[in-house]
Write a protein that binds this ligand. Structure first.
Ligand code: SAH
Length: 400
């Protein structure tokens, strides 16, 4: 008998709807399974529901590989990887963009596995014990299917701790990536540090938003010179996109990370717009307060903060963070100015985020229109059966 887990009566419902997570509280009995094992997931009467992997250490005690009764072998992983890669080939204009997400974990039927492409290199993350156990197989298949110069691992993420795993970083196949890889996004050029940068090196999920925001700001400020404040700039993704679309835009980049700002400067230089950039190292909350006290104003402000809410317990303080930063931004905008504001906290719904932005506007005594609602790029797909895969939301607002 293969290792099996049996759910409590009634707890099979989400699986019938193809939700890929089984919380520890839903499990009645574990039969012969140790952590990391491939297991059959069965309902209370013993009927097969799905095949996945088990880890008693995690609150998400099992994750589904498949809802079909098929072996989890090389052919399975090959088919899943091929499906994900084919989907990206249809989504991404590879003539203008060569950095994008190839595999987005659960959304691509590969729970715990992230695969990003950066030009000739591939960067991977294995987030769970069950995924870690399949690392060698998956890396071999990626080498075969993509023939990259190298595959680099960036499994230095906090979630691994919950799985009982240490961080793991380094070359898994082929050549080590250089300290900076040059990538192309929407026909713009960027340096990416895949070995030390955030996530796998670049916020690929904002690719489409960078292009759309650049268009909104161009339309909004027309031919006039415009002052843009790019808060939480990281390596200048929005700054380069905005400057490239609008020859009159000047952008102040603000971030706590000196390395990120250095790369932002290099990225603006790479696209011939460094003369229109400023780079301020500091805490966004403090700097925006100082600007407010100095009476500074901007034509547009972009807020793309890190995740403020990781757990339900952080909800109140996280929402306060969003409210405060948006309130300060509204106060710093000229009438008719544009606020582009994001939240990447999955726990904060789009509706709740909009409410917080509304409260911020009210407190700043500003009225505003929503010009657009933004989400994550489609190479980070939201799986309908798995609403948890939706995390990034943004609003483009114009004060009136
Ligand atoms: N907009 C960026 C991604 C932003 S990621 C892009 O398109 O690439 C969030 C950034 O916020 C990180 O670079 C991080 O260093 C920075 N950050 C985190 N806390 C901060 C704070 N309190 N003040 C300013 N920057 C902060």
């Amino acid at each position: 008998m293969p290792p099996r887990i049996f759910l409590k009566p009634g707890k099979d419902k989400p699986l019938h709807a193809h939700h890929p997570w089984i919380f520890s509280g839903a499990i009645a009995r574990v039969d012969n399974a140790t952590d990391g094992d491939t297991v059959d997931i069965c309902d209370a009467s013993g009927r097969f529901l799905a095949r996945g992997y088990y880890n008693a250490r995690s609150q998400i005690a099992a994750r589904v590989w498949t809802f079909d009764d098929v072996p989890i072998d090389r052919a399975f992983f090959r088919a899943r990887l091929e499906r994900a890669i084919t989907a990206r080939n249809a989504l991404i204009d590879r003539a203008t963009t060569n950095a994008y997400r190839l595999v987005n974990a659960e959304s691509d039927g590969l729970a715990g596995v992230i695969v990003d492409r950066y030009a000739d290199f591939v960067v991977v993350q294995f987030l769970t014990l069950g995924a870690e156990k399949r690392k060698a197989e998956i890396v071999e298949l990626l080498a075969e299917l993509l023939a990259p110069r190298g595959i680099y691992e960036r499994s230095d993420v906090d979630v691994r701790e919950k799985e009982g795993l240490a961080p793991s970083v380094g070359v898994l196949h082929g050549a080590e990536p250089p300290d900076r890889i040059e990538i192309r996004e929407n026909n713009l050029r960027f340096w990416v540090d895949v070995k030390r940068g955030h996530k796998t090196g670049f916020y690929l999920d904002q690719r489409e938003n960078r292009a759309r925001v650049a268009e909104f700001l161009r339309a909004a400020v027309g031919g006039q010179s415009s002052a843009v404040l790019n808060v939480f700039s990281y390596t200048g993704g929005f700054a380069v996109s905005v400057c490239a679309a609008n020859p009159n835009a000047r952008v102040i980049n603000l971030d706590t990370s000196r390395e990120a700002l250095n790369l932002a400067r290099e990225n603006m230089r790479l696209n011939d717009c460094d003369a229109r950039g400023e780079f301020i190292e500091g805490d966004a909350f403090q700097v925006l307060r100082r600007y407010r006290d100095q009476g500074k104003v901007f034509d547009a402000i972009i807020l793309d903060p890190p995740k403020f809410v990781f757990t339900q317990a952080q909800m109140q303080s996280g929402l306060r963070g969003y409210k405060d930063i948006n309130l300060l931004a509204f106060k710093l905008l000229k009438p008719g100015g544009i606020l582009v504001t994001f939240s990447c906290s999955g726990q904060v719904s789009a509706a709740l985020f909009q409410q917080v932005v509304f409260q911020a506007a009210t407190d700043a005594q500003r009225d505003a229109h929503i010009l657009a609602k933004l989400s994550q790029a489609p190479d980070h797909p939201i799986l309908l059966a798995f609403p948890e895969s939706e995390y990034l939301k943004g609003l483009v607002c114009r004060t009136c």
